[in-house]
Ligand binder design. Sequence first.
Ligand code: 7PJ
Length: 275
Amino acid sequence: MFLHCGPFRLDLSRPLVMGIVNATPDSFSDGGQHLRRDAAITHAQQLIAEGADILDIGGESTRPGAQPVSVREELERVLPIIEGLRGISVPLSVDTCKPEVMRAAIAAGALMVNDINALQDAAAMKAVADGNVAVCLMHKQGNPQTMQQQPHYDNVVAEVGAFLRGRIAAAEAAGIGRERIAIDPGFGFGKTLAHNLDLLRGLEELAELGVPILAGLSRKSMLGAITGQDVNHRASASIAAALIAVQHGASIVRVHDVRETVDALKIWNAVNGAA
Ligand code: 7PJ
């Protein structure tokens, strides 16, 4: 299977690593806009050197309880980073729900849109359809402000699968070819620990939808709930979770700890005969 990201054809015969580049003020301690931009660009280059296959640049925190940011603020955070990385060797993804940010990021060179809202906003759908870029359609229940309050499913895998099937169909109807689409069950987005574990076990069922699966488990609170570790000590748990996701059918893992994940996947690849 391949994922078309603009001119890139990402070969998914081995699992790929998407490195997370945070462009939110909480991620690089205070120091002003320019220092933050330079730190993010340096970090992005380091992740590529460590073996990242894609970089995901996000200017809006979507962690549980996070507050929304304005279009202008988000643009000021992500655009200088995308512009500063122009010409790098891997495709850039922009992590946003906002159509205006999608359009500006695509114009600046982003080749993938990672939308936790799965293009449910018609203007977002159009921005991606017009852009000839890849998209990740993610499931969530509720919104980041309230989603962890009382998530409920009768059958989480079936319900997430039905939602993603519908979003794939909507994207195709809007002119986004399947070769440009990835899906994501949205670990932690309106899910209890039990829901997240059901989804991890049930990834094969989502793989039947016929498009690549992206899995984001890195440093998430579900890993803290299991290990008792705070967010700065979840690298080992994150790598274990990434490997399990790949074992169950994920093609792309979205991670903070690129070097460690790349090494873990090299072992997986060696056992599974991938290059
Ligand atoms: C995800 C994401 C995820 C996709 C975030 C965090 C929260 N995008 N953006 N999948 N998570 N596609 O990284 O802890 O799981 S932000």
